[in-house]
Design a protein around this ligand. Structure first.
Ligand code: PA5
Length: 508
């Protein structure tokens, strides 16, 4: 059992003792002088200070054979925040930046960084009041948004066990993250079966996909409830002043919540963006925020990769990237973590993938993907590494029945819990993948609950920020996303895009 607290151990999960292991200090196919090695097995050194138990509930043992010396060698390289003149200086507040650069590139988007400051307490009270109103009025809240205005809430709502929610929580459905006629028709068709509220979320207030979905849903609500009652059932989460959604919400008199200027979409789950739907679903947002705050304190305590697990995770992934690993696969054995992985993919892909650099964040769900992507991971191109996202003690229990015979050959599993079987699968898979040349580590949460998920959110957000600055990119912009929008607007005939439309049509 790993200690409570977020840990990065460069040694065996089950056996943090100092015997030798032939794999220690080597990652397959890489330069042993610079690499960080992964893989189950004892590694020949004592547990680092980070292994000390702490009060938090998440643990991050790396199934690693890396030596501390190797890590120390990496530290200075991986933490070289200004890798050349093109790299932006990191804001010092991330806990590792130079004090010479108190406002590094992106420093004006660090509103998410201290979870206790994202939402003023009066706004938090308004979120709770609104969620209560939604619960009193409705059975279903449809949240409308895309990217960072969608994935965080969905990740939380799907990852948390139902028992964590209060009984009066409403169901949540999602719209505005695609333009599928089939899916939208299905959504509109089943709304009549429920009492409905809507939460439309867009920081810019101008994003096409959610704007179309909201236009449809607004019309539905006004038709069904009448304009006046519809207004009491619609909540807008957007910029304090700018954007079409702000204007519309003000004119219609909707209840509104503000996305702070200094919080970007994919870092906004602990702002009203995520908190309103999460609270309406019956989860305790104070506990979620407390988990994130705990992580903030914990990972702010040290700037050493040997003591700071978040920094260690970030440094390790950057070090592996520099050794030629182009892909990080976040793998889980828990289907409920599907959207957590989707959120993590967005967090990293949109933050890191710039200037011709950045790890490609991929996800796998096991056992499902062991029978598809497992083959590639075991024997395909050796340009990836894997991070397992593991829940150690599931809140659910399902025991394999004893049938009194062995017709199916499963008598040896009788009486054992599926969770235990799943954990053994993880250990077997991580060893097999390591033996196949796929470095891997594990992020282990003892039990996924509201608090540990809050901690995990801050852990990943912070690690993303740090990784980006290590690679010389500003984590908080996404200039590349504009290219598709301009083409789409041109092809759809948006005024102002006429010349581009002509040029594009000539190419089609
Ligand atoms: O992370 C981001 O900033 C983006 O993914 C945005 O959240 C996404 O593009 C949606 O933007 P908006 O909230 O302005 O509609």
């Amino acid at each position: 059992m790993p200690a409570r607290g977020v840990l990065v151990r460069q040694n065996d999960v089950a056996c943090p003792c100092p015997p030798s292991n032939p794999r220690s200090g080597t990652a397959m196919g890489s330069d042993p002088s610079t690499e960080i090695a992964y893989g189950l097995g004892c590694s020949g050194f004592a547990p680092p200070p980070a292994c000390t138990p702490s009060e938090l509930l998440l643990s991050l043992p790396f199934n690693s054979g890396a030596s501390h010396d190797s890590l120390r060698a990496q530290e200075s390289q991986a933490l070289d925040l200004r890798r050349g003149p093109e790299g932006p200086p990191a804001p010092s507040v991330l806990g590792f930046g130079s004090s010479r650069h108190p406002q590094g590139s992106g420093g004006d988007f660090l509103g998410w960084y201290d979870p206790s400051k994202v939402v003023p307490s009066s706004e938090l009270d308004s979120i709770k009041e609104a969620s209560k109103r939604i619960q009193d009025q409705s059975e279903l809240l449809v949240t409308v948004g895309i990217g960072g205005s969608y994935l965080g809430a969905r990740a939380v709502l799907e990852a948390l066990p139902f028992e964590e929610a209060s009984e009066n929580g409403v169901d949540i459905d999602f719209a505005g993250h695609h333009m599928s006629a089939r899916d939208t028709e299905m959504l509109l068709d089943h709304l009549d079966d429920y009492e409905i509220s809507i939460n439309v979320i867009s920081k810019s207030g101008t994003t096409t996909e959610p704007a179309i979905a909201f236009r449809l849903l607004k019309a539905y609500m006004e038709e069904r409830y009448g304009k006046e009652e519809a207004k009491t059932r619609i909540y807008a989460t957007t910029d304090a002043k700018k954007g079409a959604l702000r204007k519309l919400a003000t004119e219609e008199g909707y209840s509104t919540f503000v996305i702070p200027d200094d919080v970007g979409g994919r870092f906004s789950v602990l702002s009203p963006v995520g908190l309103l739907p999460i609270a309406a679903a019956g989860y305790d947002i104070d506990v979620l925020l407390a988990g994130a705050r705990g992580a903030f304190v914990k990972y702010g305590a040290s700037t050493s990769v040997l003591e700071n697990d978040c920094l260690r995770y970030a440094a390790s992934r950057v070090a592996l990237y520099r050794q030629g690993k182009a892909i990080e696969i976040l793998s889980t054995f828990e289907p409920a973590f599907h959207y957590l992985i989707e959120w993590w993919k967005q967090l990293n892909g949109e933050s890191e993938g710039k200037n011709g650099t950045g790890l490609f964040p991929a996800g796998c769900e096991f056992s499902t993907d062991l029978h598809s992507m497992g083959q590639w991971i075991q024997e395909g191109q050796r340009n990836a590494f894997e991070t397992f996202l593991i829940e150690e003690k599931s809140s659910a229990s399902v025991v394999v029945p004893d049938t009194g015979d062995d017709l199916d050959g499963l008598a040896y599993l009788a009486g054992r819990d599926l969770s235990e079987i799943n954990l053994e699968a993880w250990k077997g898979v991580s060893l097999a993948h390591y033996d196949g040349g796929m470095p891997n580590s594990s992020l282990i949460v003892e039990t996924m609950n509201t608090r540990t998920l809050g901690e995990m959110i801050h852990f990943f957000e912070r690690a993303t920020g740090i990784s980006c600055y290590m690679q010389g990119v500003n984590p908080f912009d996404q200039p590349g996303v504009e290219a598709y929008k301009a083409n789409m607007f041109a092809l759809l005939g948006k005024p102002g895009f006429e010349a581009q439309a002509k040029a594009l049509r000539a190419r089609l």
